[in-house]
Design a protein around this ligand. Structure first.
Ligand code: DGP
Length: 145
């Protein structure tokens, strides 16, 4: 199958087998491997084989496969490292902190008292929205679908 690839992308090099990784799962659509700079033991990345920088670039087949894999892998990762919980998330675009421009989900095991923070810690200054602004934003999002 012809998938987009980027010669300058480190994750495409991992998909191609040119850079080694600690693979934990692979199939026709996705690859999952340990993060080289783990935030916790078992920190796992799940990527589509195709080079799609963000959600907006990826076809549904790749997105579905990535989410199915994350769903199956997350409890397995937790059991493997005896984690109490996990954070699962994506940096989606450079302004969010995404450093590798190839879509990837992070599965980060969490342990009671590990000093980490919830996903809510990633946001900037929270906006103070009135009810009509919530409604306007919700409508705008729905209109964009
Ligand atoms: P992000 O900020 O969401 O783009 O995270 C990129 C992650 O990718 C970061 O946690 C480190 C990891 N990473 C970068 N280069 C490599 C690599 O060559 N191998 C592996 N296994 N992980 C990598």
């Amino acid at each position: 199958m012809n998938r987009p690839t980027d010669d300058d992308c480190i994750f495409c090099s991992i998909v191609a087998g040119d850079i080694p990784s600690h693979t934990v799962y692979e199939d026709d659509e996705v690859l999952a491997f340990l993060d080289v700079n783990p935030l916790a033991p078992g920190h796992t990345l799940v990527i589509p084989r195709g080079h799609y920088p963000t959600f907006g670039d990826a076809p549904n087949t790749s997105l579905s496969a990535v989410f199915d894999t994350i769903g199956a892998l997350t409890p397995a990762v937790e059991r493997a490292v005896a984690a109490d919980a996990s954070n699962v998330g994506f940096n989606n675009g450079p302004a969010s902190g995404q450093e590798v421009p190839h879509l990837h989900g992070h599965i980060i095991p969490r342990f009671e008292g590990d000093g980490g923070r919830p996903l809510h810690a990633v946001g900037g200054r929270p906006p103070d929205l009135a009810d009509d602004e919530f409604e306007e934003i919700a409508t705008s999002i729905a209109d964009e679908l």
